[in-house]
Design a protein around this ligand. Structure first.
Ligand code: CA
Length: 314
């Protein structure tokens, strides 16, 4: 049968939707297909009036531009993120643009290899043999506590600080980028999404949709489901399917660590302990007062205890 060899090596679909509660869409998506794969980006911008939209668009534009120039490599991907970071950081120096920043998660395919560069709490997933794996770690306040065992997954999902992220492009003079690599197999599927999708739908739902629908229909279905579940935030989805691996490719030198079956962390841009927390939503205020309330209760409790002890000793 010649049917499967005529299908393109890679198919992809990129969608973004404002959701049902927000009037603007601060997310941006981008994709560029090449002979040996392509580049796919999701960015989730933040900041005041219009600046979030600008930040995510600048990220997608800069990342696609840099990677178009040459075949993907870890160095090139980091360079692309540095350029995006600088463009957003500079734009954010204007007084009216304070707090401007964006998440960015990019997948670069140079088959049979995949590289994922990542900043923030957008996500990249791999579906292989029907099983979904999250490739990226969220740079968020709740994800750090989850990794330290201080919160459960359910607590993290519902926590009032779940939208607080600890790393973003444009927030610091230098980008702090995680880099993950893996060797791709025919049949692999990737999902890149913003938290407007992953914060609403369970992993089991993502897995089932990716496993049963082609890329276009899967992206549409995921956006629809997130909206049916309330659509509280902007929703961005990029679905990528690897149909087959093109032949006659000598492995680039950087791909040497990726020959095993498992994804490999090539670089970690962020140390959990050294992050500055950025507070990005109004949930903060409640947490702040709650901490003070707990503190006042503690003082009153200690005072009562001392009073009782002193009174009893007389
Ligand atoms: Ca978001």
């Amino acid at each position: 049968m010649s049917g499967s060899s005529e299908a393109p090596a890679v198919e992809a679909s990129a969608l973004t939707h404002p959701g049902r509660k927000r009037t603007t869409n601060q997310d941006a998506v981008g994709k560029k297909l090449t002979d040996r794969g392509g580049v796919f980006v999701v960015a989730d911008g933040m900041g005041g009036h219009r600046t979030g939209e600008l930040a995510s668009k600048l990220a997608v534009k800069n990342i696609l531009e840099v990677i178009e120039e040459d075949a993907p490599s870890p160095t090139l991907l980091l360079e692309a993120f540095e350029e995006a970071n600088e463009a957003i950081y500079m734009a954010g120096q204007r007084p009216e643009s304070r707090g401007m920043g964006t998440t960015a998660t990019a997948l670069a395919l140079d088959l049979p290899y995949a590289l994922i560069a990542h900043v923030g709490d957008s996500r990249a997933y791999l579906l292989r043999d029907g099983e979904l794996t999250q490739l990226t770690q969220d740079h968020s306040w709740v994800a750090e506590r989850l990794r330290q065992g201080l919160l459960t997954a359910t607590e993290a999902r519902n926590h009032r600080w779940r939208n607080v992220i600890t790393n973003a492009l444009g927030s610091f003079p230098d980008a702090r980028v995680d880099l993950i690599g893996l060797k791709v197999q025919a049949g692999d599927r990737f999902l890149i999404c913003s938290d407007g999708l992953s914060g609403v739908l369970e992993d089991a739902v993502l897995q089932e949709v990716l496993d049963t629908l082609p890329t276009d229909a899967a992206a549409e279905r995921l956006v629809k489901l997130a909206n049916e579940w309330g659509g509280p935030d902007n929703i961005s989805v990029v679905t990528v399917a690897v149909n087959h691996i093109p032949k006659n490719h000598s492995p680039p030198p950087w791909a040497l660590p990726l020959e095993g079956e498992e994804p490999v962390v090539l670089a970690l841009g962020q140390e959990d302990e050294s992050v500055q927390v950025q507070v990005l939503n109004s949930g903060h205020a409640r947490g702040f007062w709650r901490r003070w309330r707990d503190f006042i209760f503690l003082i009153v409790y200690v005072a009562l205890l001392l009073f009782v002890l002193l009174f009893n000793n007389r």
